[in-house]
Write a protein that binds this ligand. Structure first.
Ligand SMILES: [Zn+2]
Length: 417
């Protein structure tokens, strides 16, 4: 119908009707609103509630979209990825399954160092293009915010190039990219036997330089027997603190190094993996508000058996997030929604906890929960519409893609209904 008079300035840009919403607002639950409507203005949520309660201003909305009974959730947030890298490691995967030992694979130039070599050899354009292909799969399933770590360069130039590629992705795709510098991921081969000299390079050169260039939103490290010690990790955290950057930590993936306690001491946004964390770590995380980021894809690929202490996290009120950990070695996954299924199957999380883990709690793991991760008045209008009858289906289906519409910053970026 043509409009009789121009819409008033206060008119909403878009009114979404005939939907049910899992707002994920509040401390637990789905925050369900049945037969709901959502209004968007200037990229923010201007109104949300039951459609029956819509105010008169709704009639002036510039655009109205009926979702025909679809469920709407916040845009999904993948809060722990290593999406930017050169090459891939399917050859090792196949060698291993044909009986090759880790030694054989190392001799053939495999392992993390093969990714470091391939990443160092890749141009910025190549890194961006390859990561972009992977990102497209995630976006198609409703991801609107992603964290991307460096950590396959392990020298200033390549760590910079990885973070630049991550930043470029944000200009190409309808997604927010949060960057994390993980220069303390592994010891580069040229520093063999000189680990503390490499930590000096990270603290004295790589972090300050790339922070100054505006490429780093947070700082991460891998605290483990096969990586960096708690003392070395603390030096990295102290450097981050001086640079006024928040920290995160790959902690307690293979053993209890007390990394979570250390992370909490530095008010870390998150401690990630944490299968082996003890009660002291859980208590410290609860005290500091540090989010436990659980990574079922890596658990699956490594055929781990030690489960993260989900009940302890529940008892102590530690928020749990879930992420792909998308990386070429231990979690080559391109589906965040599959991680919901795995979190329920392996970790016995509930579908509701799993969904909180990729929305509001993932936002907390990135320090952006004031603006993202739930559908509430004034928050950024990042949302997905799903062709499902109830929210638990998001964790229930293994494969398939029920995401039929995505709005990013108030603009429809996918509409397939
Ligand atoms: Zn990781």
């Amino acid at each position: 119908m043509p409009r009789q008079k121009p819409a008033p300035e206060s008119a909403w840009d878009c009114l979404i009707t005939e939907c049910h919403v899992a707002t994920m607002a509040g401390d637990d639950g789905y925050g369900e609103i049945r037969d709901a409507a959502i209004a968007v203005k200037e990229g923010r949520i201007a109104w949300i509630g039951a459609e029956d309660d819509l105010p008169e201003i709704a009639e002036d909305a510039l655009d109205e979209v009926s979702l025909n009974g679809a469920w709407v959730t916040p845009g999904l947030i993948d809060c722990h990825t290593h999406l930017v890298y050169g090459g891939q490691r399917a050859n090792e995967f196949e060698m291993r399954l044909n009986g090759a030992s880790y030694e054989d694979i190392a001799k053939a130039g495999g392992g993390i160092i093969s990714t470091v070599t391939a990443t160092r050899a890749a141009s910025l354009e190549e890194l961006t293009a390859r990561a972009g292909q992977r990102l497209e799969s995630l976006i198609d399933e409703g991801v609107t915010t992603i964290e991307i770590k460096s950590g396959y360069g392990l020298d200033l130039e390549t760590e910079r190039r990885m973070l630049q590629a991550a930043r470029q992705l944000e200009t190409i795709y309808p997604v927010n990219v949060v960057t994390t510098c993980l220069a303390a991921h592994a010891l580069p081969p040229e520093f063999a036997g000189r680990q503390s000299a490499y930590v000096d390079l990270v603290c004295d050169t790589i972090l300050p330089t790339l922070a100054q260039e505006g490429l780093i939103d947070a700082v991460d490290a891998f605290c483990e027997k096969i990586a960096f010690t708690p003392a070395e990790t603390e030096r990295i955290f102290q450097t981050a603190q001086k640079l006024r950057l928040p920290v995160k930590l790959h902690a307690e993936q293979l053993s209890d190094q007390k990394g979570a306690v250390l992370a909490a001491k530095y008010d870390a946004l998150s401690a990630d993996h944490v299968e082996h964390v003890g009660l002291d770590g859980v208590e410290a995380m609860a005290q500091a508000g540090t989010v436990a980021v659980l990574l079922p894809g890596a658990f699956y690929c490594l055929r781990e058996t030690k489960l993260p202490p989900i009940d302890l996290f529940r008892q102590h009120g530690v928020r749990m997030a879930i992420s792909t950990d998308s990386n070429p070695g231990t979690s080559p996954t391109l589906s965040l929604r599959l991680m919901l299924s795995m979190a329920c199957a392996f970790f016995r999380m509930t579908p509701q906890e799993a969904l909180r883990g990729v929305t509001i709690n993932a936002a907390a793991a990135l320090g952006i929960n004031d603006t993202h991760g739930s559908l509430e008045l004034g928050k950024v209008a990042d949302l997905c519409a799903w062709h499902i009858a109830q929210p638990a289906e998001l964790a229930y289906w293994i494969g398939g893609n029920p995401c039929n519409a995505v709005m990013k910053n108030g603009f429809w970026t996918k509409r397939s209904y």
